[in-house]
Write a protein that binds this ligand. Structure first.
Ligand SMILES: Cc1ncc(COP(=O)(O)O)c(C=O)c1O
Length: 453
């Protein structure tokens, strides 16, 4: 579903005054402006958002996989209000207790010796910083990433992405920034490539590139390119291969960080210490725009004597850092990471039930509360309903229609390619899962009717 279009009744209903003014003066993201029809949200409560029409919608994708704390995180709300009164802004060369506290907490919750963080405001900026740091540290220039990936909208991050948003003719991106090498993915469903072979290929590519690659960049569990999980030994082996060729491992945990998979970071699922982790979204539960690029002490020490040629006006913004610090306290004190693991198991079972019952539900994938169901028009032959390029095409896709029917049933799901993304806030209960799965159960009848057998 194009994220701006919510609800089957969108065409018939009267536009609100705010929607009309908004459309007149705002350029919408990732859309032809003719199709930009935003729905006015007027209120939020716990895990629901309320539209101007009075619909209260259970949010089972955490918006864009980012509102991991739901909408009533009081500790974060108060921290933001206090900080905005005390130190609304100071330049990044100054210190605040908000940034100090957050940086210290990040060193605690991230794996291994990851210790010092560069702060920015969005996931794409976190990746841009990671590229510069990896290049400086290794003295090498290239960045290797995979085809089924999204790393952000700015020049280098989108060039590193394999997403159709990079290759679309009108993307204004191609040929992209130089020095980006693309590698295959460990993706089994509907692909002829053996996951094992993809690692061997990467090994060979790094050698053939003459060991000029500064970093291998991956989402440990792929998000907006279809919720993909690698084999268990994939990430540890990838780290080894990268290091054998003198490259760092950057894990883009913008989507998977902060408990989503039932561990603080998806890297923890595989006991891997990346050289760099990039993060955003869940870092503040999206109460403030904030991102981070955390590096190992070894990489940080290199920067002690070498220029970090990078910065932003809003780096380490005090109000955003206060939100980040309070968010981490909330994850900890409410046991949200553990809840994601426990309720994640319940959700996984319920989604497997949908796959058993619905011919169009091809495969469930994911870990914890990072789940998705890929829809197939030929389940036996594993043919997805949509082409990858449909992500940027004008076509209304079957997966969008399924999400729209679920929305009409009162539950919001984000879609990605042929996949219904099921990534609720981390505090959801089994009864929230029951409600969401019932809405999806009904909606999948729409795609079942389109299965070609
Ligand atoms: C894995 C991943 N990396 C990077 C980004 C870019 O983050 P942002 O939109 O905050 O720039 C996203 C956004 O969805 C993402 O999913």
């Amino acid at each position: 579903m194009k994220s701006h279009k919510l609800g089957m009744s969108e065409q018939q209903r009267q536009r609100t005054e705010a929607e009309v003014r908004d459309e007149r003066h705002t350029l919408g993201t990732w859309t032809r402006q003719r199709d930009f029809e935003p729905t006015e949200v007027v209120d939020t409560e716990e895990f629901r958002f309320v539209t101007a029409d009075g619909d209260s919608i259970l949010d089972f994708s955490s918006q864009l996989v980012c509102t991991s704390l739901g909408y009533d995180a009081e500790r974060v709300e108060e921290a933001v209000a206090d900080a905005v009164r005390e130190v609304p802004y100071t330049q990044p060369g100054n210190s605040t207790r908000y940034r100090a506290e957050l940086a210290e907490k990040l060193a605690e919750v991230t794996p291994g010796s990851l210790n010092r963080t560069f702060f920015s405001t969005s996931g794409t900026e976190a990746n841009e910083a990671a590229f510069k740091i990896a290049r400086a540290y290794t003295g090498k220039e290239q960045i290797m990433s995979r085809y089924r990936s999204y790393h952000g909208a700015t020049a280098a991050s989108l060039s590193a992405s394999g997403d159709p948003r990079r290759t679309a003719v009108s993307s204004s991106v191609q040929p992209g920034v130089p020095g980006m090498v693309k590698a295959p993915d460990p993706y089994a469903y509907g692909s002829t490539l053996d996951p094992e072979e993809s690692l061997e290929y990467i090994d060979e590519q790094l050698m053939l590139e003459g060991d000029t690659v500064a970093a291998v960049l991956v989402e440990p569990l792929v998000g907006s390119n279809g919720v993909l999980t690698p084999p268990d030994d994939y990430l540890p082996r990838l780290r080894e291969i990268a290091h054998d060729h003198g490259a760092l491992l950057i894990c883009d945990e913008v989507m998977t960080g902060f408990g989503r998979t039932g561990e603080w970071f998806a890297s923890d699922l595989y006991d891997v210490e990346p050289d760099i982790i990039t993060m955003a979204k869940g870092l503040t539960g999206s109460y403030q725009p904030l991102a981070g690029t955390i590096v190992t002490e070894e990489v940080a020490e290199y920067l002690d004597d070498n220029l970090l040629n990078h910065g932003h006006t809003f780096s380490g913004h005090p109000v955003a850092c206060a939100a980040g610090s309070a968010a981490i306290e909330t994850y900890r004190e409410e046991g949200l990471v553990e809840n994601a693991r426990d309720v994640g198991e319940y959700l996984e079972e319920a989604l497997e039930g949908l796959v058993d019952r619905h011919p169009s539900a091809g495969e469930r994938r994911g870990i914890g509360l990072h789940q998705g169901i890929e829809l197939s028009k030929h389940p036996d032959e594993r043919v997805p309903f949509e082409e990858r390029i449909d992500k940027v095409s004008e076509r209304t896709t079957v997966v969008d229609e399924v999400a729209e029917r679920a929305y009409d049933n009162g539950v919001y799901f984000y879609t990605s390619m042929s996949t219904i993304v099921v990534t609720p806030p981390l505090g959801v209960t089994e009864s929230d899962v029951d409600e969401a799965v019932a809405a999806l159960d009904d909606a999948l009848e729409h795609s079942d009717a389109k299965v070609e057998v």
